[in-house]
Design a protein around this ligand. Structure first.
Ligand SMILES: CC(C)(COP(=O)(O)OP(=O)(O)OC[C@H]1O[C@@H](n2cnc3c(N)ncnc32)[C@H](O)[C@@H]1OP(=O)(O)O)[C@@H](O)C(=O)NCCC(=O)NCCS
Length: 170
């Protein structure tokens, strides 16, 4: 598959924001993905492009290094075009993010997802994340209730980075 990864740029924002709700199964996600990631967090944000489709963006990951604890990196959004799922694009994006985070001195990556997003939970577990303890459970997955927004529950994930993550350039 002629998929290439590169850092995100501001010009990637309009085509991504047009499809983000659709990629999330028509959930209203666009308001939670501000342009600032493509402007101010380029060193920890990546897009996957299909060279055979004129460089069309078919996946992205946006995140940052914590200002509070520079040993922690945080993934805000990761998404792959439904037509490109199940062939390692999400994994490649995460490996590239892990490598960048390790290179910036991070020792762990954090992320949160909705308890209803079974695909995201399975993906994070497959990528080596573990769910952090919560105050409730949803289908045996620990959940932090009243965590984000208007009472939204979240599964909180953590993945420890090692020096091996530096070697991966996926
Ligand atoms: C989650 C998502 C990014 C995965 O992207 P992807 O390119 O299909 O993932 P990959 O093909 O790289 O899969 C990597 C691993 O995760 C597993 N996985 C991915 N999606 C899965 C799913 N829906 N159910 C079960 N396992 C899944 C794969 O089996 C694979 O595991 P393996 O290496 O043991 O075989 C993609 O499904 C997506 O964009 N979903 C909608 C947006 C979203 O919910 N994002 C996450 C919350 S911010």
């Amino acid at each position: 598959v002629p998929i290439r990864l590169r850092h995100a740029e501001p010009a990637d924002y309009p085509p991504i924001i047009r499809v983000v709700d659709e990629w999330w199964g028509h959930r209203a996600m666009a308001d939670m993905l501000p342009r600032l990631f493509f402007v101010h967090f380029q060193s920890t944000s990546f897009v996957a492009v299909d060279e055979e489709e004129d460089g069309r963006v078919v996946g992205f990951v946006v995140g940052f290094v914590s200002q509070t604890d520079p040993g922690q990196a945080y993934v805000h959004f990761v998404g792959v075009d439904p037509g490109y799922r199940g062939r390692g694009v999400g994994q490649s994006l995460y490996r590239r993010f892990f490598s960048a985070a390790r290179g910036l001195g991070c020792r762990e990556v954090l992320a949160v997802t909705s308890p209803v997003n079974r695909g995201s939970i399975a993906f994070h577990l497959a990528m080596g994340f573990a769910a952090l303890p919560g105050d409730a459970a949803h289908d045996d997955v620990p959940v932090a209730t009243d965590y984000d927004g208007r009472g939204g529950s979240r599964v909180r994930f953590r993945h420890a980075l090692t020096d091996d993550d530096l070697a991966i350039k996926g």
